[in-house]
Design a binder for this molecule. Structure first.
Ligand SMILES: [Zn+2]
Length: 316
């Protein structure tokens, strides 16, 4: 069963995960290691170790790597990664030398978009966008049933569209990027800022964090919001509003039939997506006089990037 197997690798800012994936997008086994984000050789060694481990049990034809960074059009070099140490890093060459089978490199959100299009929430929609909401915001564009990479391989970096002139400073070096307002970082910032004022609103979440505003995490906020904590629900409403308004802007650019929302923060489900859909409808130009796109939650969870990267390696 399954035919040709490939390995998909998802290189995140803190964790690198690799999985064996079959032709139907099923993940047969996964392995993970921490990402040594300041050490490029160490990150490459972690990828090679994960692939070698999996190949002891599976016959694998190729490796696809989804990496959080700008990847060149040849799908080989990481040009720039805001949250990792890679600068003009020949990642494909380095990993191929270590594993001895073909390797392709793709932007992590592109890989996730492809995974959702082929096997997840996006099946059947040939014109769709993916927005991954995690620490930052990633984007992927599937049009005409193909991944759109742009002229230089770096299309779809929606997270770095400026939404607030002179706004919050961003990891990319600019100010006011969308990901500073509609991401997991924004969610945490919102609650920490209120908690730092020792407002009674923040009493419960502060308690969970042991009294230290800086110890409040995204997972704590999600759990509290699910239990009905008003401040934490309000934080989701706030980032959902930014997310929905941004998606309305994307609809003006791209007119997609579907936007898939993935990434770690999307696991909060309707806590995030209800305010997102509401803000989208309010902001959409010409609403009521145009077909409305669907906003769906990703179906593959944290395996979207791995699954997509493995499929891109299969069809390299
Ligand atoms: Zn930015």
């Amino acid at each position: 069963m399954g035919g040709v197997l490939t390995i998909g690798v998802d290189v995140g800012g803190t964790k690198t995960a690799a999985g064996v994936v079959d032709e139907g997008g099923r993940v047969l086994e996964t392995r993970g290691l921490p990402t040594p984000s300041r050490d490029t050789a160490g990150t490459e060694a972690a990828i090679v170790a994960l692939v070698s481990d999996l190949r002891e049990r599976y016959v694998v034809e190729a490796v696809g790597i989804g990496a959080a960074g700008y990847i060149d059009a040849a799908r080989s070099t990481v040009l720039f990664a805001p949250n990792l140490a890679w600068r003009d890093e020949p990642l494909q060459q380095a990993v191929e030398a270590g594993v001895g089978i073909p390797v392709v490199v793709e932007n992590d959100a592109n890989a996730a978009a492809w995974g959702e299009y082929r096997f997840g929430a996006g099946v059947g929609f040939d014109e769709q966008l993916m927005v991954t909401v995690g620490t930052g915001i990633g984007g992927g564009i599937v049009y005409g049933g193909a991944l759109v990479r742009g002229g230089f391989g770096i299309a779809g970096e929606f997270g770095h569209v400026r939404v607030v002139p002179n706004g919050h400073v961003c990891g990319c070096g600019n100010h006011g990027c969308w990901e500073q307002y509609a991401s997991g970082s924004a969610l945490v910032r919102y609650v920490r800022e209120v908690a730092a004022t020792h407002s009674p609103q923040a009493a419960e979440i502060l308690d969970v964090a042991g009294g230290d505003p800086e110890a409040i995490s995204g997972l704590m906020i999600t759990a509290a919001a699910e239990a009905g904590d008003r401040l934490c629900v309000e934080a989701f409403n706030e980032i959902g509003r930014w997310l929905g308004e941004g998606i309305a802007d994307l609809a003006s650019f791209f007119d997609p039939a579907l936007v898939v929302v993935g990434g770690g923060v999307s696991e909060a489900g309707d806590l995030l997506l209800d305010p997102t859909r509401e803000a989208f409808r309010r902001q959409l130009t010409g609403r009521g006089h145009r077909p409305e796109l669907e906003i769906k939650r990703a179906a593959l969870g944290n395996k979207a990037g791995m699954t997509g990267a493995a499929d891109l390696a299969r069809h390299r």
